[in-house]
Design a protein around this ligand. Structure first.
Ligand code: FAD
Ligand code: SF4
Length: 331
């Protein structure tokens, strides 16, 4: 690991001042950043520890009630605390499930909301500085295109990058239409709809979100959505625990008298960003909650897939994952 300066920020303003320094990185749980620093992928000259900010403003690490039944998750709240919160489990089961199906107990006790949605891809070439990677070193090439790409994306890819977005939690947030609250260098707060937070790789896979350098995530708002009580996060992976998704689905359904009145669908493990599927939702709403409808929705969700040789299986796997998730929620 390279030498770096370390500062523990006492409050948000101090963090923003330090965080705006060129090559500075915020340190939250550190479960992704420190990993990548050891691999020499991340090379910050300054590490700004934000874990003490909650002493000055406890709401940064808490879950707060908002009017109408919505919830605000502090940017520094831990995955475990959010996953086991009774309000989250009751109002948004798929949010809780997406967190509990990720990483391990120890990691979830350290990792935070902000760090989770900013975690970097697990593409092995991104993590190996001996190989070309456009995301790590813009313009160097993509080793995965003609290399090992079994776990890579089939949706939202470009000729410059086919890396899968790794977060499970982010898939539930995309389905939910969550909002990210951010404070920038000038201290002003702004909000970003979650479905616009991550960007497609296109020609610049090194850019993954709409954040500016130095922006600090202060909270994630979960909107009130009564039918999210009928939701599920289903994750399919190589091992039953401690593995990233090969395919996953976050779904919520509002079914009355056998007809689907409203639906939310997002996919994970198969796309370059958390993948909301308006096509699947369109195929569901107003239709009977039957296997035929669910299969049509799955076909619509994967219609734009661009598989490669080793990851073609993901198209069928994602369809089956989605159909099973919809079947379970409808039941
Ligand atoms: C072995 C292993 C298995 C895993 N399995 C899974 C899995 O199955 N599913 C899954 O979803 N994840 C998995 N993870 C990833 C894990 O969820 C992330 O490492 C974790 O959520 C990152 O959170 P953190 O707080 O530790 O972030 P950090 O490592 O502290 O930060 C990550 C990035 O976010 C930035 N950052 C952090 N907080 C803020 C903020 N408030 N504002 C602005 N920038 C910020 C940092 O500068 C850094 O760039 C796994 C990780 C490991 C090590
Ligand atoms: S898929 Fe993306 S992250 Fe992986 S090697 Fe190619 S450019 Fe790098």
């Amino acid at each position: 690991m390279r030498a770096f300066e370390y500062v523990a920020a006492a409050d948000v303003n101090a963090a923003l001042r330090s965080g705006s320094t060129a090559d500075a990185r915020y340190l939250a749980g550190g479960t992704n950043l420190v990993d990548l620093m050891k691999l020499d992928v991340e090379r910050p000259s300054l590490v700004v520890d934000v874990t003490h900010l909650a002493s000055a403003d406890p709401s940064l690490a808490q879950i707060t009630e908002l009017p109408g039944g919505a919830l605000r998750l502090g940017g520094l709240a831990h995955m475990s605390d959010v996953a086991w919160d009774a309000r989250v489990r009751d109002r948004y089961p798929f949010v809780s499930q997406s967190l509990l199906l990720a990483a391990s107990g120890q990691l979830r006790n350290m990792a935070t909301m902000g760090g989770n949605i900013l975690q970097r891809t697990r593409c092995p070439y991104f993590r190996d500085t001996a190989t070309p990677c456009n995301k790590r070193e813009p313009g160097s090439g993509c080793s995965a295109l003609h290399g090992v790409h079994r776990t890579h994306a089939v949706l939202g890819t470009s000729e410059h990058c086919i890396a899968t977005h790794p977060s499970d939690f982010a898939v539930a947030l995309a389905a939910l239409d969550a909002t990210v609250r951010v404070r920038g260098e000038n201290g002003a707060e702004r909000t970003i709809p979650f479905t616009r937070f991550h960007v497609l790789p296109d020609a610049h896979p090194e850019r993954e979100t709409v954040l500016e350098h130095g922006d600090l995530i202060t909270a994630i708002d979960l909107p009130a959505l009564p039918f999210a009580r009928h939701s599920l996060y289903l994750k399919v992976r190589d091992r039953a625990s401690y593995a990233f998704a090969l395919a996953s689905a976050a779904v919520a359904l509002d079914v009355e008298n056998g007809t689907i009145r409203n639906a939310r669908v997002a996919l994970g493990g198969v796309a370059t960003k958390p993948w909301r599927s308006p096509e699947a939702e369109h195929a569901l709403v107003g239709r009977p909650a039957t296997q035929a409808t669910f299969a049509a929705a799955a076909n619509a969700a994967l219609a734009g897939a661009q598989p490669r040789e080793q990851n073609a299986f993901k198209v069928e796997l994602a369809k089956r994952t989605l159909v099973r998730a919809l079947t379970e929620v409808a039941a």
